[in-house]
Design a protein around this ligand. Structure first.
Ligand code: ADP
Ligand code: MG
Length: 299
């Protein structure tokens, strides 16, 4: 599913002082959009190209879809990127008692195949996969890390007013000129909120798009590794954190555990957790100006 399509979209719009350069490319099985506000569009375009090259580099290291990725080749010496992501994943697995588990790849794959066929696996298949050899899957953490790394690269090139969005995993730097932050609309489950963020990352998980229905049930692409079952209770989670890797991994983790303020505090993160019963917002006081603006109606 980590498709490579060679289409690119480049456009620049004039603002009062600066221009906006924006490029969208397929990366990591989805579309990534990089936006830079600058007085030097040609140089910004080059920096954005390098940021996309960094995303391709991370895909080649962290992808579980690509049989030739570093993760799948499993070399004796791991790159710093792979080590870093594995370290954070292992820490979150420990803190969630295995509700987040990057080594649940066999069960994740079982449910991924089930989704493609539209048929839920049998209890025996689930149990066999749950107890099978561990297989690493970084689908719940890699895109957030990648968004943060691409933003850091732009900053190193002097482009601080920037945004990197890899589908639902978004990192922003300094705000656009004359504004308090980047306006980002998030939609955890059926809730809608407008956030205004700077120097932080936001990830949304549990979106219904990747669910499938069988036997009158709706199965999420997020699974509970402790039972081996896909989530069937609707939940949508948006997490704001300083680092992309944290926002992404926590959004996946809280989709399994529900709202965990202790975890959010541990990682200095804020969350919106939607279920059909309630929408709860937690710890947004950590993020100046990031208080969610309610927007229940699609606009
Ligand atoms: P998306 O890929 O939609 O951005 P997430 O960040 O929520 O979504 O990650 C979902 C992916 O994480 C799944 O496709 C799978 O690869 C992996 N995953 C699913 N359940 C878990 C889990 N409990 N712990 C860790 N990773 C998971
Ligand atoms: Mg995630």
């Amino acid at each position: 599913m980590w498709k490579r399509i060679s289409s690119a979209l480049l456009f620049a719009t004039s603002a009062a002082l600066a221009e906006r350069v924006e490029l969208t490319r397929p990366v990591m099985g989805t579309l990534a959009r990089i936006t830079v506000e600058t007085n030097d569009p040609p140089r910004a375009g080059l920096a954005i190209e390098q940021a996309f090259a960094r995303l391709a580099d991370l895909n080649a290291k962290l992808s579980d879809y690509d049989p030739l990725s570093e993760l799948n080749r499993n070399p004796p010496r791991k790159s710093r990127d792979l080590q870093h992501v594995l370290h954070h994943a292992a820490e979150l697995r420990r803190l969630t008692g295995g509700a987040f588990n990057h080594e649940a790849g066999t069960v994740i794959r079982l449910w991924r195949d089930a989704r493609q066929r539209g048929v839920a696996p049998t209890p025996a298949q689930i149990e066999a996969a749950r107890t099978a050899e561990r297989k690493v899957d970084l689908g719940g953490i890699a895109k957030g890390y990648a968004a943060g790394e691409a933003l850091a690269l732009l900053r190193r090139h002097g482009f601080r007013r920037a945004m990197v969005a890899i589908a639902g995993d978004i990192c922003v730097g300094d705000p656009p000129a004359g504004r308090p932050g980047w306006r980002i609309e998030v939609a955890p489950g059926s809730a809608r909120r407008l956030l205004e963020l700077h120097q932080s990352c936001v990830s949304t998980s549990g979106d219904a798009e990747q669910a499938f229905e069988a036997n009158g049930r709706r199965y999420s692409h997020i699974i509970d590794p402790r039972t081996g079952h896909a989530l069937t209770h609707p939940i949508g989670v948006t997490v704001v954190a300083r680092q992309g890797i944290i926002a992404d991994a926590l959004a996946t983790a809280l989709s399994v555990t529900g709202l965990r303020e202790d975890l959010l505090r541990r990682y200095h993160a804020a969350a919106i957790v939607w279920t059909p019963e309630s929408t709860r917002e937690s710890l947004f006081e950590l993020f100046e100006r990031a208080r969610p603006i309610r927007a229940e109606q699609p606009r």
